[in-house]
Structure formats: structure tokens, C-alpha cells
Write a protein of this length. Sequence first.
Length: 509
Amino acid sequence: MPKVPDNTLTVPDPGRWKALVFIALAQLMVVLDATIVNIALPSAQQDLGISDGNRQWVITAYALAFGGLLLFGGRIADLWGRKRTFVTGLIGFAAASALGGAATGEATMLGARALQGAFGALLAPAALSLLAVTFTDAKERAKAFGIYGAIAGGGGAVGLILGGFLTQYLNWRWTFFVNIPFAVVAAVGAYLVVREPAGGRNRSALDIPGVVLSTLGLVALVYGFTRAESDGWTDAGTVGLFVGSVVLLIAFVFTEARVKSPLLPLRVLTDRNRGGVYLSLGLAVIAMFGLFLFLTYYLQVVKGYSPLKTGFAFLPMIAGMIVGSTQIGTRLMTRVPPRFLMAPGFLTAGIGMLLLTQLEIGTSYAGLILPAQLLLGLGMGTAFMPAMSLATLGVDPRDAGVASAMVNTSQQVGGAIGTALLNTIAASATTAYLTDHAAGATTPAAQQLLQLQGMVEGYAAAIWWAVGILALSATIAFVLVNTGRPGGGPVAGSGAGAEDEVRVPVVAH
């Protein structure tokens, strides 16, 4: 990419920090929605008469639409303009949330969740790519991504608190309606404040074969893991989905290597540092999503916490993520190479996870769970912040949308894998424990105690796997991410002509 002419404005956008507020607010809404509905699901299922067999679709419909359409959403942001895509995504997400909150039956609820996922797939990559092209100075970028990383990492836990409060004291419908003020404020603020850099659009023709292959491939992959959790890994339908996903995604890669204007330019993936970020981040999310699931059930079922109390029990993890992201990650990012933040961050989180392998029925919250959460939060916050920034660092502005979409895709697929894989491991370990100890439980009280012990044994077994996954994340980050520390100047471009420094032009007010 050639150098920008000298007469192009290179002064930073004076409204960039205000823009960050609205971008972060939108990201918080999307991340909240990933967990807030989980808390409300039992109440919604009862009110709407959703069968046990279909209740998973309240979660799955969102995940399939969101995960399957992310790359398409990122490309639309590059083609149509990130600000316009961002505002459209917010308005659509608010409308879909209103529909879900007002649902009177199963079909309306499932349709609303699919629409939320589709508009989320527009919104999420547009938000991250706006951040990437707005903050081009390395030090300012570190601060902005520190805030964004803390929200991306801790927002799910905030969703547990908010979901518990709304469900317990108001009504499950408010877990949908609460998105509307978030979306309206973010959309109005973005319309008034956000200034998209000039010359950053990719106006090439849309790669329709790439859209079809990537969407079908990702939907098959996410649904495969979702189905594996309920129907088993050897089920013919599950195996068929995985095989189909592999075939479709391989065809997608071959297509992208040959078409003139690919949906996902392979240069975005083949960059060593970005590939390392996508892989290590996706693996780390596998561990984190499994942990959210297990700790939620442990605290509510084993310890007897209410939904609201369970949400508050996750606060130490949120605090750790905020400190790790905004204090450790932000302060050190311009001083040390990213891998010296990412690898130790994932290892610190792994140590926190290692503590949780010692869970027992009578485990003290203050003695074990709290310090484990602090370590997990500090580690993930420290690692997420440089990972989020590096995933879009040096990307040609016209590829910023799809590069951002790949970050979200790795997280979404990682979440689907984590929930299915670790839940299956936990269920198998629980079954084995109950089988081995069933003879000793001869009274109803003993049988109830055995059930709880089996459940905790299952969680501990799965958490051991999560420890190993975080160790693998740390290794990948240390080996593959080899870029040096960013300097204090503008971020360089990538793609053709990346050897020339590119100052991303900013439109003045």
C-alpha cells in the first residue's frame, strides 16, 4: 500500500475518546447477552412453554447466527463503512431484543435470538475495527484496547450479575429489554461522535461463494459442537456436521486463494503474529467458557447460592480482568513485546484454574475460589489486551473489518467448543465416579451426597483439561507471536507495500 500523500490530515480525531465510550458500550451489550439469557432461560422456558428438547435452541439459535455470519459482517463493515454498519447493527440488535422480550411463544423467541445473533455479527467486527482504525498511536491504542479487553473479558461475568438481578427481582423479559437503552445510547452517540478514517473502505465486489462457504462451514462447526454436547461425539449427525464443516472450510480456503476479491484475504491469516493470536485466544476462550459453566452450577447447585449471589461471586474475576487489562497490560504493552504479556498472562490464568481442580463440596469461597478467580482475571486481562490489539495491528485499513471478525470468530467457536468439550468430559467423569461409589450409598441422604460429590469430581476433571489448554495457549503465544514492542508512533500498515509506513488519515470534525 503506498504512502498517504503529505497533504492528508494525520492529526488524531479529537472525539476519539468519546467514541471509545460508545464503542465499549456496544461491546458490553454484546458480551452481556452471551451470559445474561442463560440465567433467565428456566423462567422463559416455563412462561413460553418451550420443551426441554428445544430449550437449547434459545442459546444455539443466537450462537449459530452470530458465529456463522461474523466473517460476512466484517466484510460488510469494510464495504459499507464501519460507522454505518455499527449503527445499523445496534438498531437491529435493539429491535430483535424488543421482539424477544415481547415473545409470546417458542417460534417468536427463537426467531428473535437468531436475529440478535445476525445483527451481533454486524456489530461486533464493526466495533473492533472502528477502534483499530481510530486509535493509531501506540500508547493511546494500548489504553483504548486495555478498556476494550477488560470489557470483552469481564462482560460475561457482569451478565451473570445483571441476569440474576433482573430475573430475581423483575422478570426474565427484562434480560432482553435491558439491551434497548444500551443500543439506543450507543447508536446515537456513535452517530454524533464517531468519525471513520477516510480511504479505509474496501469497495471490491462481494465474494458470494466465500460468503456461502464460510457461513455454512462455521454454522456446521458450531452446531456440531453444540450437538455433541447433547447427542454424543459418535452420533451420526454430529460426525456428519464435523465432516461437512471441514469440507466446506477447506473449500472456502481454496476459493479465497483464487478469487480476485476474497471475503477473507489469506494475508490476514498467514501473518504469523495474527495467526498466533487467533489460535491462542480461541483456545483460552475454550477454557474460560467451560469454567463459567462449571462455577455457575457449582455455586448454585452445590453451594446453594441464588442467581444474584452467584453473579456477585464472580466479581473478583471481573476486578482481576480490569486490573490486568487496564493497569498491567496497558502500562507494559509499549514497553515489552506482546508475547511477554500474553504467555505469562495465560500461565497466570492457568495457575488460577489449577487451584480450582481442588474443588470439594465444602470448599471455602474465600480460601480457594476467590484467589483462583483473582489469578484467572489478572491473567486473562493481561493476555487479552495485547491479543485484541495485535489481532488488528498492522492490518491494511481495508481489511480491518474481516481481521476484527476473525477475533470474534475465534472467540465464538472457542466458546462453543469449550462448552461442549468440557461439559462432556465432566459428565463422563461424574458417571464414572457414581458407578464406582454407588454401592456405598444406601440411604437417600447418602445418595444425594454422592450425586453432589460426583458432580464436583466431574468439574475437577474437566478443569484439569482447561489447565492444559491454557498451558497450550501460553506456548502458542510465546512461540508464534514474535513481534517486538510497539513504539510510540503511528501504527504501520500491512498487506502489499507494508514496508512503507502508513499514517492512517483521520477525518477532522
